[in-house]
Design a protein around this ligand. Structure first.
Ligand code: 13P
Length: 347
């Protein structure tokens, strides 16, 4: 393990004003996104969509530090034969790879999930390193019970998922790949922001205990958490300021200062909500780590709608991606203002 290399990569992933593009949707998940624009889910369409994003400037060289890829994508070539990883590197960004194989039903539990993918992971990581990956992602899924049911998440669900995250992280570091550890407390549900705080705290405290027990070196990791936020079906929605306050309080209580950076997931927030929350977190708090974005939907939704699968719309889609990437870059610096949303060139 080369700790200097790991730490250098982790710091580059959260460089000032930069964050990650999560483009690691499984074939099934991207199929759902394509269905929303009535586009067939073929390997060529997946390539065209992602190639267009990876060729977008200045987004890729100025605002995106790295891209999380899916197994198909890290092996895929652009239309002109250039590997997609080379397009990312040419822009000065770092290729990364999702290595979990998805969340499955947790045995003996009704409605909880366990993330799989540890079998054969050491060999897969060596393969991915050879293909250019310098960081990886593993996402644990933590559901919150409905109607005030506090039995979910169970201790069993938290322990098994955080144990698996630490096993993954240790294997990544052995392979000189920075592990993004992602314990996602899911936003779906009728829970309050206070309940989200409790569950996020439970997950993060357990995660850092497991990382310690398994010898994972925090200086060579990145945390990808959810924000502390009201459930999507809770009518009493917390304000931007409350989300920022409670998220910062929760992270300050759980995440050691040795962690090189935090990059949030968007988790189903609207594009502008995800940006406004990130900005509020970076504006007015004295944080021990850089705090940035690792957004999937909140970066891709606008360009996907602008593209609609039509080659004639590439310029519009790239303008939409440039805009969202720039807004999130400003938010990572605490310099965003909602009035800037009107700047979109050509809109
Ligand atoms: P979202 O930002 O759409 O939640 O995706 C980020 C991600 O990579 C989830 O694992």
């Amino acid at each position: 393990m080369d700790l200097d290399q790991l730490n250098e990569t982790a710091c580059a992933m959260v460089a000032p004003g930069k964050g990650l593009l999560a483009a690691d949707e499984s074939t099934g998940t991207i199929g759902k996104r394509f269905a929303s624009i009535d586009l067939e889910n073929t390997a060529d369409n997946r390539r065209d969509w992602r190639e267009m994003l990876f060729r977008t400037e200045p987004a890729m060289s100025q605002y995106v530090s790295g891209v999380i890829l899916y197994d198909e994508t890290i092996r895929q070539k652009a239309k002109d034969g250039t590997p997609l990883t080379k397009l990312i590197e040419a822009a000065g960004a770092i290729p990364g790879i999702k290595v979990d194989t998805g969340a499955k039903a947790l045995a003996g539990s009704d409605g909880e999930m366990i993330t799989e993918g540890l079998d054969g992971l050491r060999d897969r990581l060596a393969d991915y390193y050879g293909l250019g990956a310098r960081f990886a992602k593993w996402r644990a899924v933590i559901n919150i019970g409905r109607n005030g049911d506090e039995s979910m998440p169970s201790q069993y669900c938290i322990n098994t998922n955080m144990h698996a995250l630490a096993r993954y992280a240790a294997l990544c570091q052995e392979a000189n790949i920075v592990p993004i550890v992602e314990p996602e407390v899911i936003m779906d549900g009728d829970h309050s922001i206070e309940r989200c705080y409790e569950v996020t705290e439970f997950a993060l405290k357990t995660l850092y205990r497991e990382l310690f027990d398994q010898g994972v070196i925090l200086e060579g990791t990145i945390l990808k958490p959810n924000m502390v936020i009201s459930g999507t079906k809770n009518d009493d929605r917390a304000s931007i300021e409350e989300v920022a306050d409670m998220t910062v309080q929760c992270l300050a209580n759980c995440v050691p200062a040795a962690v090189p950076g935090i990059a949030f997931l968007s988790g189903g927030q609207s594009d502008e909500e995800a940006t406004a929350h990130l900005n509020a977190i970076n504006d007015g708090y004295d944080l021990p780590w850089p705090v940035s974005f690792s957004y999937g939907r909140a970066l891709q939704h606008a360009p996907l709608m602008a593209w609609g699968g039509q080659p004639a719309n590439v310029a519009k889609a790239q303008a939409a991606f440039n805009h969202r990437a720039k807004m999130n870059s400003l938010a990572a610096l605490g310099e965003y203002d909602a009035a800037m949303e009107k700047e979109l060139a050509g809109a």
